[in-house]
Design a protein around this ligand. Structure first.
Ligand SMILES: [Zn+2]
Length: 324
């Protein structure tokens, strides 16, 4: 009996504990047999032995119950430890990150936000008026060929540039205004350097006639390009856009060869990065602005990101590749 009590104290698992219980009070258990022996005794002796056995039984059961709950707690803790889910396991390997296009847009907006340009956004599907006509691109005008695009069955257009946001903003606000419009645009092109969907950022500043000049535009764009690409040279070349007059393309010295000439810059030392100009009076007429002057500029975000992050294939931006 004593040895069973000692064994009871020493058990390590619930299984061992149950085995001991069978040894003690199972069909052929020590206690069961001892109780069975009582029938051979009589009188005082029987009474005394019965009391003894009952005490033993109580003692055993009390130790047994304590031990059982102790072991159950222990085994549960072990099980929890073994089955614990390491939530960090997946995040370490599969964490997402911000897309380069969006990182680039954030960088651009950071610069212009500091100059109090308001960020404006618009619809991807536009009326012809906002995408073309108000921007001095009449129906059947050859300028539309530069921006061949997709139409819906009811003759709405997937916007070919973010410029319709400028029209909506000017129709809703009185001058002066400073705005910057980032977003996706669409054109019918697909090759190594063109995708049918890409991103633009456009800026517009309008104020009383004479207060905004081409000099302001030049200064801001040069400062902006240097804030993104560092120590570079900037040059303006005269160009044509229907919605600005005069218009210019902006080149910066090649960030890969520092103007020496390489494959990326077609050995010219220069990279074309922006289009800009003074807003054409026909655009102001279309939105009912009078006695104002303003400048506008636009850039392709993919182009900026390719140059900034040294990415050589545009399609990488839109392919699903979890390694990147
Ligand atoms: Zn170069």
């Amino acid at each position: 009996m004593q040895s069973i009590k000692q064994q009871l104290q020493a058990v390590q698992t619930l299984q061992e504990l149950e085995n001991l219980k069978v040894q003690m009070s199972g069909k052929k258990g020590v206690l069961t047999l001892a109780f069975a022996q009582l029938k051979n005794l009589e009188g005082e002796e029987k009474k005394q032995k019965a009391q003894e056995l009952n005490l033993l039984k109580q003692e055993f059961e009390s130790i047994y119950e304590n031990k059982k709950s102790e072991l159950q707690t222990l085994e549960l803790a072990k099980k929890l430890e073994k089955e614990r889910i390491d939530v960090s396991l997946f995040t370490q390997n599969k964490a997402g990150k911000t897309h380069y296009i969006h990182l680039m847009i954030e960088k651009i907006l950071d610069y212009f936000s500091l100059l109090n340009f308001e960020v404006c956004q618009g619809s991807l599907i536009e009326e012809d008026f906002y995408n073309f006509e108000a921007l001095n691109i009449p129906k059947f005008h050859p300028a539309r060929d530069m921006q061949d695009t997709f139409y819906t069955r009811d003759q709405k257009v997937l916007r070919t540039h973010t410029s319709p946001v400028q029209i909506h903003t000017m129709l809703n606000k009185k001058p002066p205004l400073r705005m910057i419009a980032p977003g996706a645009v669409f054109r019918r092109d697909y090759d190594l350097t063109h995708s049918p969907m890409f991103h633009q950022v456009e800026g517009l500043m309008v104020d009383e006639k004479g207060l905004v000049s081409f000099s302001h535009l030049k200064f801001i764009l040069e400062d902006f390009l240097k804030s993104i690409f560092g120590d570079i040279q900037v040059r303006f070349r005269s160009s044509f856009f229907p919605f600005t007059e005069p218009s210019a393309e902006v080149d910066m010295s090649c960030v890969f060869c520092q103007g020496e000439g390489c494959r990326v810059c077609s050995h010219t030392g220069w990279l074309e990065v922006l289009g800009c100009g003074m807003v054409n009076d026909n655009v102001f007429k279309a939105v009912g602005y009078e006695n104002v002057s303003g400048y506008a500029f636009g850039l392709g975000v993919e182009r900026f990101a390719m140059l900034y992050y040294a990415i050589n294939d545009l399609r990488g931006f839109f392919e699903v590749d979890l390694r990147n």
